[in-house]
Design a protein around this ligand. Structure first.
Ligand code: CA
Ligand code: CA
Ligand code: CA
Length: 565
């Protein structure tokens, strides 16, 4: 039955892929930045510094500021003397920063090393310099775990902290082909698993402890207590959904299927009895309780999955909530929509790159890296849309002390002709984020040209961009910041709150002026003690009261009206 569903889904995939293949492409994310020698991971530190860290397979980690115009990366740490210098699947493979990194400066890596012609995996902790946050030295190493690898391949490699604060590790089945030692199904080995440990305490002769909620915690059967999930062949990448903590893994297949799994506590994902939805070798899957993947794909589609991320960024609204991943050898990038029952897969585009990893920044925007001695960092873009980042703040919502707004809220952004009658030629509904004060717009109707940008909010005054307009073109990224100067608004029509120029609050009837009719509207709501998401709540605190009335009164007594060409 599952196989039939799978085949139907594949047909849908092929249909969709022809429809949307041209929609997205990859572009250099940091055109002025150096190349990287065989990058295999890109992460951020969850410390709010907006830096990105790139891991090179032979042991170097670089750090740089996440700015499109950044031109240099600093060497963060050099572990080349420790890690394997040969082997396609060996080297420095994973990096994760402690959830409390801001204070403890601890980060963790997963690497292989060679000793007397044997391959070993190692999980270690390092500590960043207290004086220089862009530097760490290899002598701070504290070894947490060392694991013998019977073969040189299938070393897994990903490490990440979960929302539970525990540390997760993927290890492959030990290698060779077909899992000759049966490690995937054996709970007496750490191979072929995703592990979960607590790195904040030590116990039982180990440099870490076992969470009491691990499936084999305290077992008397000799099962490894570190196991979180098993029956996995070689999870090269897994990630946590930033919204709900769900774990998504890409498990690299043997000779027939690549698979995507949602990893849950104690579950058995079937290897080496299953490969994707199919049996592997002798078919003895009935009654085994094998957890099926969310999706698999055959050799006609690709040959080695690079697991990615559930997209939770704001630049690409149509990808929100979808699992974005790649196929390493073919360079294909896919998005998978999954509602808990049905998965539908779409080929976003096909590249000529060997995509070794995806990565995200602190805004959950996504990057793609290619395995090459001159590897680079790519981002998604749509050749057919004008991508405009709008930064703006509402007078009533902005806290002058923190420069954040009381809530994230919807605005409609219009592009208008530059000359009379200044007609709107395109519009996009986006959300101004309360922290970044920004939202992204994808305009697909407006041709390349010069435009006025007009932003409209449910109780803000219609505000237009400065005289002369802005030249915009498809396939490119633009930004317009209404908060940086009053001259950014047509007719300097903004009000300064703290250090940010803001859109006037109070035009609740949307007629372009803040006057007695708005005051009356707000007063009426205030006498009814209205609460919730209401148009008359000018300061965004969830109720309409005297504070909102006062704000509108001040603006109306100053005869605030919209300024347009
Ligand atoms: Ca499986
Ligand atoms: Ca009005
Ligand atoms: Ca209010």
């Amino acid at each position: 039955m599952k196989k039939i569903i799978c085949i139907i889904a594949l047909c849908i995939t092929i249909f969709y892929s022809h429809q949307s293949q041209a929609q997205y492409k990859l572009n250099l994310a940091f055109p002025s930045l150096q190349t990287f020698n065989n990058p295999v991971e890109l992460v951020h530190a969850y410390d709010g510094t907006n830096r990105l860290f790139v891991v090179q397979q032979r042991g170097l980690i670089y750090v740089f500021n996440n700015n499109p115009s950044v031109s240099s990366a600093k060497l963060f740490i050099n572990l080349s003397a420790k890690v394997s210098q040969t082997g396609n699947e060996k080297g420095l493979l994973g990096l994760a920063f402690h959830p409390n990194y801001e204070n403890n400066r601890q980060f963790y890596v997963n690497y292989t090393f060679d000793s007397v012609s044997q391959t070993w995996s190692r999980i270690s902790r390092f500590t960043t310099s207290i004086s220089n946050p862009d530097t760490a030295v290899s002598s701070t190493e504290e070894i947490l775990l060392t694991l013998y690898q019977p073969f040189t391949n299938h070393n897994g490699g990903k490490v990440a902290f979960g929302p539970d604060g525990y540390f997760y590790i993927s290890f492959g089945d030990g290698g060779s082909g077909g899992d000759p030692h049966g490690n995937g199904q054996s709970r007496n080995t750490l191979l072929g698993k995703i592990l979960r440990i607590n790195v904040d305490s030590a116990g039982g002769g180990k440099a870490y402890s076992i969470p009491s909620t691990n499936p084999y915690h305290g077992n008397l059967s000799g099962y490894k207590e570190e196991i979180f999930a098993y029956g996995l062949r070689n999870v090269w990448k897994f990630s946590f959904d930033e919204l709900n903590g769900q774990i998504w893994a890409g498990d690299v297949g043997q000779s027939a299927f690549e698979e995507i799994d949602i990893i849950e506590n104690g579950k058995n994902y079937g290897w080496n009895k299953m490969e994707g939805f199919a049996c592997y070798g002798t078919c003895d899957t009935t009654g085994k309780g094998f957890t099926r993947p969310v999706w698999d794909y055959p050799r006609t589609v690709g040959t080695s999955i690079t697991g990615g991320y559930v997209y939770r960024g704001s630049k690409h609204p149509d990808l929100y909530g979808k699992y974005i991943y790649a196929d390493y050898p073919s360079g294909k990038v896919f998005s998978l929509a999954y509602d808990g029952i049905t998965a539908s897969n779409t080929l976003l585009f096909d590249t000529s790159y060997l995509i070794s990893t995806l990565g995200t920044d602190q805004y959950n925007e996504m990057y793609f890296l290619n395995l090459s001695s001159t590897g680079r960092i790519y981002k998604l873009y749509k050749p057919s849309v004008i991508n405009l980042k709008i930064t703006a703040a509402l007078q009533g919502f902005l806290d002058a002390n923190t420069n954040t707004m009381s809530l994230s809220d919807t605005v409609t952004v219009y592009l208008h002709q530059i000359s009379s009658p200044y007609a709107a030629v395109d519009s996009f509904v986006t959300v101004l984020n309360s922290t970044t004060l920004s939202g992204y717009c994808n305009f697909s109707n407006a041709p390349n040209g010069n435009y006025y940008i007009n932003i409209e909010h449910r109780n803000g005054l219609e505000t237009w961009s400065k005289a002369g307009g802005m030249t915009l073109s498809k396939g490119n990224d633009f930004q317009y910041d209404f908060t940086s100067a009053s001259s950014q608004a047509y007719g300097n029509n903004e009000i300064l709150v703290g250090s940010k120029y803001c859109i006037y609050s109070g035009d609740v009837n949307g007629d372009g002026s803040i006057d007695l009719s708005d005051n009356g509207f707000i007063e009426n709501d205030a006498t009814q003690f209205l609460t919730g998401y209401i148009i008359s709540d000018l300061n965004g605190d969830g109720l309409t009261d005297l504070a909102d009335q006062t704000l509108a009164d001040n603006n109306s007594s100053n005869f605030v009206t919209k300024a347009t060409p």
